[in-house]
Design a protein around this ligand. Structure first.
Ligand code: BDP
Length: 714
């Protein structure tokens, strides 16, 4: 008897902690929290979904599957109203719903939003999920499920939610051969070879996950584009993906290689003003739309890092973008033209180049063009000031490009939650129209009244069973969706939701995982790029530190170009006495950075070249502060490890072990960053790494000779 009891206990203890491979991400739908399950069961006794579209079918599927998991029993469909009815649909699909909602609530929901209401109808407690469109109903259903997954009360709901941003996109940097540029989660999830005949279940689950966080578009291919993607056989594959995603409100987009008319069209030129070229793009667009009537449009990287573009023909970025825009305009398509440009012929500070190229073009882009700008002026560094283009092109919709894949932020092995970094950028004040002209207001179009607006994240998704490689990397995908829906959500709220859905509602676990997540980005900055250092990573693969590299063909590819360490000091002078990149910002915005003695120290070496004995606010010298931050970053990774170890009883064994092992690697790599960087900078500072700071384990030469020819993502 005792034995049986023990066996039973063991099973029930482990029941909720069964091994998980992470495939479900935040849509696990495990049994609802004990504190709420009783009230949920009372409030949810039947479901009714009005409508017949494939989107409504998807909502019905999601609701019934999720409720079975969360409530532990099948919730029947019903046509009659009873206590605990959950009723969803559009107002046009149901008189009952239209009778029970105010015009004002519904108009606030807009085309994609939803309203969730607790209502007493004929004396029965009901929950209504109402929208103006089927996709709004699906978003509402996912929101309702999120409330249940995160153990929120659902007795008196009056929620109105609408996205603040219109285009909420993932950018895959996936190649047709299934490699992923800067991908750390295995090969591409797009199996081009078996498409269009074989539709992997993953494609549907990808769409579900995206729809659950409001993502409504995906660029399937790498910005370093291959024209083959625009050939007929590939367009048929793209159409198959589009058909799979459509019920979930997700449009497909492709990257367009500017020289495609030559490469696959047999033309002699790709000059955007050449009538034959213009006609080629028009016909290509017509062909695409005949296969995919709701095709989103093109994302274009032109005249950047060797990609062809209009400047090859002495034309401007606007000439190039507008030519493509004209081709897709009749089909309501859009062009996202990237501002990530810098040129080897231009000796000016790379920080300045995109601004110089693009600001004169403000007002010259067609109505269906957005200029897509990375959050910072260099390249997705652990910390950058906001890109000076934000606020500087009022006549052009500027789309935000964040990087979810952790190319410069720990790649596949570091736990770094990026929402605080995204928020830091979005909340930065450009002062373009006086105080309060935040980057978020530029991006959501409210500052300059652009109804076309967008936010994109460079995807961190691959074919790994858990999609993103590191179990916590899923949080960055999640955060992009949630922020593009509502950039006013805090990084804390988003982490809270994600932890509860991805792990559990157990309060100490939620508190501790949030602590790890919310501190992780600053910790990573400290052990990699403290005090405004940037671009000092390994060449090519960008893995690990290599601040010493100085022999690459283009000056701005060399780390020494960015840190400028010498016997006097360190840092890039971007003030008047240097490159004067700081002048690209409104004066008020630069207040925090202008003066090296009063600079926000997180940006000190980004904007100033200061001496090794420069006095920091703390009274320390710069050299001591550098030693301190590098050491502090490492120490704080050990704190992350300790806090994680405490979670063992509350996390399933598989994910617990995965994260433990990855944190060990992160710790090792943090030590590597600290030791290699301090040893190298010490060759200039000529100062000791004093107690209590740790002495490096190896010599500088040891770190310099490390090679990683097969590092992923390159
Ligand atoms: C850089 C990446 C490179 C990308 C480029 C881009 O290293 O692989 O092609 O960004 O955004 O950070 O185009």
């Amino acid at each position: 008897m005792k034995k049986i009891l023990f066996f039973f206990l063991a099973i029930s203890c482990c029941g909720s902690l069964a091994a998980e491979n992470g495939y479900e991400c935040w849509l696990r739908y495990t049994t609802a929290d004990k504190s709420v399950i009783k009230s949920y069961r009372q409030r949810i006794q039947s479901i009714t979904l009005f409508g017949t579209s494939s989107t409504i079918d998807a909502a019905r599927f999601e609701l019934s599957t999720a409720l079975l998991g969360l409530l532990g029993k099948t919730i029947p469909g019903s046509n009659s109203i009873r206590d605990g009815s959950v009723i969803a649909g559009t107002t046009s699909s149901s008189i009952l719903l239209s009778k029970n909602i105010t015009v004002s609530d519904l108009s606030q929901a807009g085309t994609e939003g939803f309203v969730i209401l607790s209502k007493i109808i004929d004396g029965k407690n009901c929950t209504l999920i109402i929208a103006n469109s089927d996709i709004g109903v699906l978003y509402g259903v996912f929101h309702f499920l999120r409330l249940l997954q995160t153990a929120q009360p659902i007795q008196s709901l009056h929620i109105i939610s609408a996205p603040r941003i219109k285009l909420r996109l993932l950018n895959h940097w996936d190649n047709l051969n299934r490699t992923v540029e800067r991908g750390y989660a295995g090969s591409s999830i797009w199996n081009w070879h078996t498409l269009p005949g074989y539709i992997d279940q993953r494609y549907t689950d990808y769409a579900r996950l995206n729809a659950s966080i409001g993502i409504n578009g995906t660029v399937l291919t790498n910005v370093n584009a291959n024209a083959t993607a625009l050939t007929r056989p590939y367009l048929e594959k793209v159409a198959a993906l589009a058909n799979t995603f459509r019920p979930y409100g997700i449009k497909v987009y492709l990257t367009a290689r500017f020289s495609a008319p030559i490469e696959i069209g047999g033309l002699k030129t790709a000059d955007p003003l050449d009538p034959a070229v213009r006609d080629w793009w028009k016909q290509k667009a017509d062909e695409i739309y005949s296969l995919i009537p709701d095709f989103g449009g093109f994302l274009v990287k032109a005249n950047s890092e060797g990609q062809p573009g209009p400047q090859n023909y002495n034309r401007t970025h606007a000439d190039g973008a507008n030519m493509m825009a004209a081709a897709v305009a009749p089909h309501k398509g859009i062009i996202m033209w990237r501002a990530f440009v810098y040129s080897s012929e231009n000796p000016d500070d790379r920080h300045k180049q995109a601004y110089i190229d693009f600001t004169p073009l403000d007002g010259k882009f067609a109505d269906n063009v957005l200029v897509q700008v990375k959050n910072g002026p260099i390249d997705f560094m652990p910390r950058e000031p906001f890109h000076p283009l934000f606020g500087a092109m009022p006549k052009t919709p500027l789309m935000m490009e964040f990087q979810l894949t952790q190319e410069y932020t720990g790649q596949g092995t570091h736990l770094v939650y990026l929402a605080p970094m995204f928020k830091e950028c979005l909340e930065s004040d450009t002062y373009a129209k006086g105080e309060g002209s935040t980057v978020a207001k530029v991006v959501d179009g409210s500052l300059d009244d652009h109804s076309l607006n967008g936010m994109a994240g460079v995807s961190n998704i691959g074919a790994d069973i858990n999609w993103c490689g590191h179990p916590f990397a899923q949080a960055n995908w999640y955060a992009l969706g949630r922020l593009s829906w509502d950039h006013q959500l805090s990084a804390d709220t988003i982490a809270d939701e994600w932890v509860r859905q991805s792990f559990s509602n157990h309060i100490p676990l939620v508190r501790d995982l949030k602590f790890i997540m919310l501190s992780s980005r600053e910790i990573m900055v400290q052990y990699m790029n403290p005090l405004g250092l940037h671009h000092i990573m390994g060449t090519g693969h960008h893995y690990g530190p290599a601040p010493w590299v100085n022999d690459l063909s283009r000056p701005e590819w060399n780390p020494v170009y960015y840190h400028r360490a010498d016997s006097f000091g360190i840092g890039f002078d971007r003030t008047k006495s240097g490159s004067n990149a700081i002048a690209q910002y409104k004066p008020e915005a630069t207040e925090l950075w202008r003066d090296s003695n009063d600079c926000d120290e997180r940006y000190l070496l980004w904007f100033h070249h200061v001496c090794w004995n420069h006095r920091m606010r703390s009274g320390q010298t710069l050299w001591t502060a550098l030693c301190m931050y590098y050491n502090m970053g490492v120490d704080r990774v050990s704190v992350m490890k300790i806090v994680w170890e405490k979670q063992k009883p509350f996390v399933d064994a598989v994910r617990f072990k995965q994260v433990s092992m990855l944190l060990d690697i992160q710790y090792e790599e943090a030590c590597w960053w600290r030791d290699a960087c301090l040893l190298y900078f010490q060759t200039f500072s000529k100062q000791p790494i004093k107690e209590p700071f740790v002495q490096p384990t190896h010599t500088l030469d040891y770190y310099k000779q490390l090679r990683f020819p097969y590092a992923p993502g390159n």
